[in-house]
Ligand binder design. Structure first.
Ligand code: EPZ
Length: 420
């Protein structure tokens, strides 16, 4: 395993281009299971997670070529309907092959993804949705087995105790596109990545409307054909780069962003006294003065994204004042707190809240990444800290940030990789 060594206190300056969205490309790759035709997906980030999904699709009988950000996915031989444990357990997002396999083949056997460090990660809403469409579902030896002669459209309420579910909305949508009749999903997730998936499915011949609102309507069609699609930019990478500019007191032009996807973050940063210059599809962030401490509560889109909570905690840990961070999506998503405190932060966990008292400086330390966004928050803290920070287990970071070292180096950061 590798580790990342960062010499802090360098003001990041320059330009960076955001890659395609990890959380959009994964379900869109799964959606290609709904057709025998070839699909071409552009703007694909070269990530650990995209390469895991490539392996899963190949195991399910797809031919997959990936070169310079372009995926060509075709059908090689008889499609297999079993997504096995060793692949699904490495990336829970692979559970989103359930809906397309069931929709296309009438059967699917997918390993239960299990929990992860940020939470229990149940799948009850996924199962509720496919059962409503008429699937028989069994859980046996850690696998979900689902089958249905012909799925039938239904009216499904998909809200859970923590609000809407992104991948459950994706799974149900992909199961419903070939069902007979109309499906209505109430309390659907509104994330831009769900919209991108629906747009791709419509290019394949699906009849979906209402994506991006809590009510999505799907008119079942007989079959879907291949399509070409370009993935939307990764709003979480963009947000992480904005915070990198601020935490290092730098000045960065961030290209390839869709401004409306960053509404909650930009609003919160403007409340903190940051002025962000907005371009057509770019953002210019220049640190001018100390920020004000602001409180954060994570919510489903368009609320403040849980995937930016850890990174914002790093920024607030060096912002004068008291910040209360409330995590409403994954109440245990605070693995980064202990590591940030080891770097000199003053953060206290109280259930689903973290109370952050800004300190004047963080000190470089040896820390350990625990999950994707926690590792991003440690990298941000390392960029701001005095001295050297060594972040171990950076495979977590590589799951969701394409060429992160090169991007940071191009902005002037002193960062290098070392073998553990
Ligand atoms: C997606 O995960 C993202 N992953 C996550 O990003 C993101 O944090 C999450 O949405 C919330 O925005 C991908 O898109 C690949 P959920 P997902 O179902 O769909 C509960 C990252 O860092 N829930 O929207 O798995 C769940 O426990 C990753 O890029 C149920 O109760 O998340 C959580 O509390 C991490 N029952 C809440 O809903 C279910 O059946 C939202 O989870 C499903 C979910």
């Amino acid at each position: 395993m590798d580790k990342l060594i960062i010499e802090g206190q360098v003001k990041l300056k320059g330009e960076v281009t955001v890659s395609g969205a990890k959380n959009s490309v994964l379900p869109i790759m799964a959606a290609t299971l709904l057709t025998e035709d070839a699909c071409i997906i552009k703007g694909v980030p070269d990530l650990r997670d995209t390469n895991t999904m490539i392996r899963i699709l190949r195991a399910l009988g797809k031919g997959v070529e990936f070169d310079k950000g372009v995926l060509v996915i075709s059908s090689l031989k008889k499609t297999n309907y079993i997504a096995d444990y060793k692949l699904v357990s490495t990336m829970r997002a692979s559970f989103c092959v359930l809906g397309p396999l069931l929709g296309k083949l009438g059967k699917a056997k997918v390993s239960l993804p299990g929990g992860c460090i940020i939470g229990v990660r149940p799948v009850d809403l996924h199962l509720k949705g496919i059962k409503a469409l008429g699937a028989d579902v069994d859980i046996e030896s850690g696998y979900i087995s689902a089958k249905a002669k012909k799925l039938k459209g239904a009216h499904i309420y998909l809200g859970g105790v923590y609000g809407s579910s992104v991948l459950a909305t994706d799974n149900v949508m992909m199961a419903a596109v070939l069902a007979s009749g109309k499906t209505v999903i109430e309390a659907a997730a509104c994330e831009p990545e769900v919209v991108d998936l629906a747009d791709f499915l419509n290019k394949m011949g699906a009849k979906i409307k209402g994506q991006g609102t809590p009510t999505i309507e799907i008119e079942g069609v007989r079959c879907l054909h291949g399509a070409t699609h370009t993935i939307i930019p990764d709003r979480i990478e963009a947000g992480t780069m904005i915070l990198a500019a601020l935490i290092t007191k730098g000045d960065i032009l961030i290209r390839n962003v869709i401004l409306r996807h960053l509404g909650a973050l930009i609003d919160k940063l403007e409340e903190a006294g940051v002025s962000i210059i907005k371009g057509e599809n770019s953002l210019h962030v220049r640190y001018k003065k100390p920020l004000n401490a602001v409180n954060i509560t994570t919510l489903p889109y368009p609320g403040f994204p849980t995937d930016m909570q850890a990174q914002m905690m790093s920024l607030m840990s060096v912002t004068p004042g008291i910040t209360i961070i409330t995590e409403k999506i994954y109440p245990d998503r605070f693995m980064h707190v202990s590591e940030l405190n080891r770097m000199g932060a003053h953060i206290q966990r109280e259930g689903p809240h973290a109370i952050v008292e800004g300190v004047a400086r963080l000190s470089g330390s040896c820390v350990m990444a625990s999950d994707l966004r926690a590792s991003a928050s440690l990298a941000l803290a390392g960029l701001a800290a005095f001295g050297k920070t060594s972040i171990s287990r950076i495979y977590h970071l590589e799951r969701g940030y394409e060429k992160i070292e090169e991007k940071l180096e191009s902005l002037g950061a002193r960062v290098r990789r070392e073998k553990e």
